[in-house]
Design a protein around this ligand. Structure first.
Ligand code: FAD
Ligand code: SF4
Length: 511
């Protein structure tokens, strides 16, 4: 009789986990044990946001109960490292075979690759089903020197999974992309309905107490109200479809000092640990279009985020690793400024974004891209340090999603492999898409001078310093052309003010 150990990773809490199905083929339930490991070393790797840890650990403990309710024997181990957890478990409960699912991240996969040798037993590592690109890779013949743009990748995924596609293989609504309808600022009198919250139950409260007692990470466990079960995550998704999906598209890029989540779904923390899965979400979004629950620009925009961006980012991660960790195409060396750790700054947009992040572990994508990364790129902050900061603060942050989004897309440090141009902007963009500038000490219109917005002189300083490189990028032509409005004296003022500002920045030192 074969005895099987199923090791389920903490960020793979799938409702129907493939390793369980595989184990059922090999052994009866009484010869099968499921193992979940809480590793203290993994948890202490970074000063993670306390709510991120509560989410992950509470969801793991709820998941263990969910499996027990289904009749599985589950061992929930607390161990220093995953290896000690595995070894201790197998010593107590010897098995003939270990089954697990491929980790989403590089170091996890490296550990799995050596597991058979390290444990001296057969180990089966199943394909990772949390991503659709595992089922269909649009570019199986990947060439390292070729550029693969999101738009073509996304169209191929839509065609393959038959999403928003008609019988002639053409996009429903007549266009592949409705982005031009999705750039509206939020009107002052528009009050988006807030997302569903979930009062902590006894398990979650216990985890909150444990994390608070450790007193280690950033943020606080107070006000934790995230979903920690499949049912709750599904309720959060249903609530989004019912109350926010309709206007998701129009205000996808809007930022607001009054409203945090606006019409976004705020579902990434659940998707990234397996509480929600992409294909059913995509199908539900598509049905909302057919049922007239949401317009095409919202439906296509949301589907592009999941079937396009999320899959593309994961796919890029696996092609660009391990070099991506150290990519630094703009040779940026500055430490992370202190204001990103404590929100203490007169720059209103950064103050708001970081304050909310400290409170909740979430900000939406434009704040990540056009406030945080925009500043860090213009200020020359070291990409690896920015990635460390993202991994620490965001509740949905894991290496596979942070490195391509931050080092690739946000900081354009991967020689344009993820994004074909650097996303840089002056205060003009921030003022257009938000109400932050209205309450700011700085003047969003001034390029230089005492009250000039730092985004302005940093932006022009960056364009001056990198003029040759930017000129060579066909998508950056207009930015460089703007330089003709700056005479030599203004160029000098821009550079002097930028250097003085950067030299005066208080830096955070990673302990
Ligand atoms: P919505 O706007 O409602 O979008 C729906 C879903 O699409 C998201 O839940 C997410 O699963 C997916 N999605 C959209 N864009 C991306 C993307 N670029 N990469 C991966 N998935 C995407 N996402 C993370 O999950 N974790 C991160 O650590 C993370 N870091 C980011 C850093 C930067 C600099 C940028 C520009 C983006 C980052 N993203 C990250 C992507 C995106 O910002 C978040 O997925 C999104 O803001 C989560 O909020 P939401 O669920 O309300 O998203
Ligand atoms: Fe941010 Fe500048 Fe606007 Fe102030 S003026 S909110 S610093 S963009």
């Amino acid at each position: 009789m074969t005895r099987v150990c199923v090791w389920i990773l903490g960020d793979q809490l799938l409702h129907d986990h493939p390793a369980l199905a595989r184990a059922e083929e090999l052994a009866p339930r009484d010869q099968m044990r499921v193992l979940l490991i809480e590793s203290t070393a993994r948890r202490a790797k970074l000063p993670y946001h306390q709510q991120k840890l509560v989410l992950l650990i509470s969801a793991m403990r709820h998941y263990a109960d969910h499996l027990r309710d289904q009749g599985y024997v589950v061992d929930y181990a607390k161990a220093d490292t995953f290896m000690t957890g595995l070894r201790d478990h197998l010593q107590q409960h010897p098995a003939d075979r270990l089954i697990t699912m491929a980790a989403s991240h590089h170091h996890g996969r490296a550990l799995q690759a050596d597991l058979g040798t390290a444990l001296g037993m057969p180990v089966e590592v199943l394909p990772n089903t949390m991503f659709l690109v595992t089922q269909h890779d649009p570019y199986p013949q990947y060439a390292p020197n070729k550029r693969y743009v999101l738009e073509n990748f996304y169209r191929a995924m839509r065609r393959n999974f038959r999403v928003l596609i008609d019988d002639t293989d053409q996009p429903l609504g007549g266009e592949w992309n409705f982005d031009k309808l999705n750039r509206q600022p939020l009107p002052q009198d528009n009050a988006p309905p807030p997302p569903l919250t979930f009062p902590p139950d006894a398990i979650t409260r216990q985890v909150m107490d444990e994390i608070a007692a450790e007193n280690r990470g950033v943020g606080s466990v107070d006000d934790f109200a995230l979903a920690v079960t499949h049912e709750q995550a599904q309720a959060a998704f249903d609530d989004f479809i019912k109350h926010r999906f309709h206007d998701f598209g129009a205000y996808e890029d809007a930022m607001s000092a009054q409203h945090h989540i606006i019409y976004h779904s705020a579902l990434s923390p659940y998707m990234n640990i397996g509480l929600l899965e992409p294909l059913p979400m995509i199908r539900r979004a598509e049905s909302a279009y057919h049922n007239d629950e949401a317009p095409i620009n919202s439906v296509e925009g949301f589907i592009r985020q999941i079937l396009g961006w999320r899959e593309y980012i994961y796919w890029q991660y696996w092609h660009l690793m391990p070099d991506l960790r150290h990519a630094n195409g703009w040779n940026a060396r500055r430490p992370m400024p202190q204001m990103f750790w404590d929100a203490q700054t007169d720059m209103n947009c950064i103050h708001h974004t970081v304050s909310r992040l400290i409170d909740t572990g979430y900000t939406h994508h434009i704040e990540r891209l056009m406030i945080i990364c925009n500043f860090c790129l213009l200020a020359g902050v070291d990409p690896a340090v920015v990635a460390y900061w993202f991994l620490t603060f965001y509740a949905d942050a894991y290496e596979w999603v942070v490195l391509p989004n931050v080092i690739g897309m946000g900081l354009n440090a991967d020689d344009g492999k993820t994004a074909t141009k650097p996303y840089i902007a002056s205060a003009n963009y921030i003022n257009k898409m938000s109400d932050y500038c209205q309450g700011c000490k700085f003047n969003h219109k001034a390029r230089t001078g005492d009250d000039a917005c730092p985004f302005n002189f940093l932006y022009w300083n960056f364009v001056i310093e990198h003029e040759t490189t930017l000129r060579a990028n066909p998508r950056m032509g207009n930015n460089v052309l703007g330089l003709r409005h700056l005479d030599d004296a203004e160029r000098r003022r821009v550079q002097d003010q930028a250097h003085a500002f950067l030299n005066a920045l208080v830096n955070y030192t990673i302990p």
